[in-house]
Design a protein around this ligand. Structure first.
Ligand SMILES: Cc1cc2nc3c(=O)[nH]c(=O)nc-3n(C[C@H](O)[C@H](O)[C@H](O)COP(=O)(O)O)c2cc1C
Length: 381
């Protein structure tokens, strides 16, 4: 089967493998993947190259305004990777509660799980493992031989091809079978994806326009946007090359990233008549719920990318006190976490990322250094 990883030689055990550990936070990456026997033996320390690979995959995740609000620390000779939120990269105006930062970190966690699986490593994940350390969002223990399913490899191959696409999409509808596949992707990560009909899409786009008007009236919000969007960028933020046009019609189904005096540079183009929107929700609005939403978001985005579907998050109404209005009145008491525009679009360029060395915290004196880096003061790249 193309893309299927060779079975690890010691592999014997065909039991479905649960990626989430004792805390029982979520179900496995895939029911088809399986880990080798010998649970009691301590897995070999992974090489430094593998850790870099995992961090690069994690950092390719989407984040609001491309803030990349994550940090990683490697412990236990490389067998455990800790994921922390980076409060210095939280957005005080657009994301005062940290919800979007958690979603981004959840998406990074999903990529890390996937990259570990494809590298033949099982991953025991615990969400929010230590209540005394709120910034510690997850631990990932690399737990030894794992056979990735072809579906894992397909999603993994989509990590570097996935980009937020803010351009107009074609009027070709997304087939119902593809939309059903995206809903299934969300449910594998314990989230719910509703696709919106015409009336609901118009209602939600009007909510987005109203929320954005209120946001743009706040000079703090505009300054935050200017800090993170526009211009040339090589580490973080959204460069001009990734921003899209505005619609001559209202509302544009894309966030306005160019408020203020530079608005004369704005380009205009017609967008698809009725954008195909979908709302991703979770049953809980807790921090664990946000992390699950992020993992579900990333599984949905990668599934869409693998099916050649372009995606664009759109979250203005979720950043206000009226986020609950986004909920489909016919659905239950779910918590909306993300609005996505889906469709067929032309390819768009990637946004920059910081290298692994910039997102990896070095151990404090006396702690084990990560593999291949015995100098705690140095920053590997
Ligand atoms: C929680 C969250 C909210 C986002 N909200 C928006 C949004 O409202 N509008 C938008 O165009 N992109 C939005 N994005 C997409 C980010 O801007 C994008 O992921 C980031 O710039 C990195 O680019 P990439 O997705 O192409 O890798 C959001 C992403 C996340 C994770």
């Amino acid at each position: 089967m193309p893309g299927e990883l060779p079975v690890v030689p010691r592999h014997q055990d065909q039991r479905p493998y649960l990626l989430f550990g004792a805390a029982g936070n979520a179900a496995g990456m895939t029911q088809a993947g399986a880990r080798g026997g010998g649970r009691s033996a301590e897995p070999a320390a992974p090489p430094r190259q593998l850790i870099d690979q995992l961090l690069r995959a994690a950092a390719a995740a989407p984040s609001m305004h491309n803030t990349q609000p994550w940090r990683f620390q490697v412990r236990d000779a490389g067998r455990t990777i800790e994921l922390r939120a980076d409060p210095a990269r939280q957005l005080p105006y657009s994301d005062p509660s940290g919800r979007a930062a958690h979603i981004a970190c959840g998406a990074a966690l999903f990529n890390l799980r996937l990259a570990a699986a494809v590298a033949g490593q099982g991953a025991d994940v615990r969400l929010l493992p230590d209540p005394r350390e709120p910034l510690l969002l997850a631990t990932v223990r690399l737990a030894g031989p794992y056979r990735a399913a072809p579906a894992d490899s397909e999603l993994h191959a989509a990590i570097d091809r996935r980009h937020t696409n803010r351009q107009p999409f074609s009027s070709r509808p997304v087939p119902p079978g593809v939309l059903a596949g995206l809903a299934q992707a969300a449910s594998l990560e314990h989230a719910i994806l509703h696709t919106l009909d015409h009336d609901e899409a118009v209602r939600v786009l009007n909510l987005a326009a109203g929320a954005e008007r209120a946001q743009l009236a706040d000079p703090g919000y505009r300054a935050e946007l200017a800090r993170w969007a526009g211009g040339q960028r090589d580490r973080d933020g959204i460069p001009d090359s990734a921003l899209g046009p505005r619609s001559p019609d209202s509302p544009t189904p894309v966030r306005d990233f160019t408020p203020g005096p530079q608005s004369q540079l704005v380009r205009y183009a017609w967008f698809e008549g009725t954008p195909q929107l979908a709302v991703l929700s979770t049953r809980s609005g807790s921090r664990a719920g946000w992390l699950r939403a992020g993992q579900a978001l990333q599984r949905v985005l990668l599934t869409a990318t693998a099916r050649e579907i372009a995606t664009c998050p759109l979250t203005q109404p979720l950043e206000t006190g009226d986020a609950w209005l986004v909920r489909d009145p016919r659905s239950g008491s779910e918590q909306p976490q993300m609005i996505l525009r889906l469709g067929y679009g032309l390819p768009v360029p990637p946004t920059p990322r910081r290298p692994p060395g910039d997102i990896l915290d070095q151990p404090k004196p006396g702690e084990n250094p990560p593999p291949g880096n015995e100098n705690p003061g140095s920053h590997p790249s």
